[in-house]
Design a protein around this ligand. Structure first.
Ligand SMILES: O=C(O)c1cc(=O)[nH]c(=O)n1[C@@H]1O[C@H](COP(=O)(O)O)[C@@H](O)[C@H]1O
Length: 280
């Protein structure tokens, strides 16, 4: 089964375009978990189970685990998702980028160690830094294109032969590199921040349907759900993995599990409300 097959099935089964981000910050964990050696795993496991019904994907951010020496807990949470929610893809957010032989090790880390379905990758080092991930035919990469942060404009908005760099990245990766690697439909996706809806629309117009776009930046970063949906939906009415992390993980409420579930449900519902009547 290709990544796109799995994602298509997850979009259909969940009726959701929401990706739940797993960014476990020790200083924000519920009091009852603090100080426990398995706090990261327990927190993420509870969040995953509470929000799975509303999610088309989970996106663990590797830095939150690695900074705490909690890589084994990341392995365990990925295992838990595979066992308890096998239809939901795991996008490992690692933003890797390095020369080919090193990239091949990063690919093994993402796809063998964590058995992620997809990984985020930085395109700055060019084709041979991304190609090793594409050898894994049933997995995918999401290439950083127009990131959600203000500083992304420093490079991504530079004009190159009349074309902004982020659009060059979109074209280069999903057309030129795709062809060069003989990659499958959906094996190369893009990352575009919800904080840049105009650019998201231009990226979608450039790449067409069938290229999944990971869109972080709703929730804590303030990106607009309706504008994101309007700009990024493809002609099949899907094509988006709209990520929210902190706004779900640390949603206020007496019962943190219920609060996370409610925040995920409300975000899914806001996304779906915007899908109705969005241009196809
Ligand atoms: O690749 C990403 O996931 C990513 C790209 C980007 O442009 N902006 C961005 O915020 N992210 C990640 O998406 C998540 C956003 O988290 P929240 O702002 O808490 O929803 C974090 O894990 C970021 O590392």
């Amino acid at each position: 089964m290709t990544f796109l097959d799995k994602l298509d099935a997850a979009w259909a089964a969940s009726g959701s375009l929401l990706t739940v981000g797993l960014d476990p910050d020790l200083s924000r964990l519920p009091a009852e978990l603090r100080g426990r050696p398995d706090a990261v795993l327990e927190f993420c496991r509870e969040i995953v189970d509470a929000t799975a019904a509303y999610a088309c994907a989970f996106k663990p951010q590797i830095a939150y685990f690695a900074a705490e020496g909690a890589e084994e807990q990341l392995e365990a949470i990925c295992r838990h998702i595979r066992e308890k929610h096998p239809g939901i893809p795991i996008v490992l957010d690692a933003k890797r980028g390095d020369i080919g032989p090193t990239a091949a090790q990063y690919a093994r880390e993402a796809f063998e160690r964590y058995r992620a379905d997809a990984v985020t990758v930085n395109p700055y080092m060019g084709y041979d830094s991304v190609a090793p991930y594409l050898d894994w035919r049933d997995r995918a990469v999401f290439v950083l294109c127009r990131t959600s942060n203000p500083g992304g404009s420093d490079l991504q908005f530079l004009t190159l032969e009349g074309e902004p760099l982020y659009l060059r990245v979109a074209r280069l990766t999903t057309q030129v590199w795709r062809e060069r690697a003989d990659a499958l439909d959906g094996q190369l996706g893009l990352v575009v921040g919800a904080t840049f809806p105009d650019e998201l629309a231009k990226v979608r117009a450039t790449v067409g349907a069938g290229v999944p776009i990971l869109v972080p930046g709703v929730g804590a970063q303030g990106g607009s759900v309706p504008l994101t949906v309007q700009a990024g939906l493809d002609t099949r009415g899907t094509g988006l993995l709209i990520n929210s992390s902190r706004a779900i993980l640390y949603a206020p409420g007496e019962d943190w599990r219920a609060a996370a579930a409610a925040a995920a449900r409300d975000t899914r519902d806001a996304i779906n409300a915007a899908r109705i009547g969005a241009p196809a």
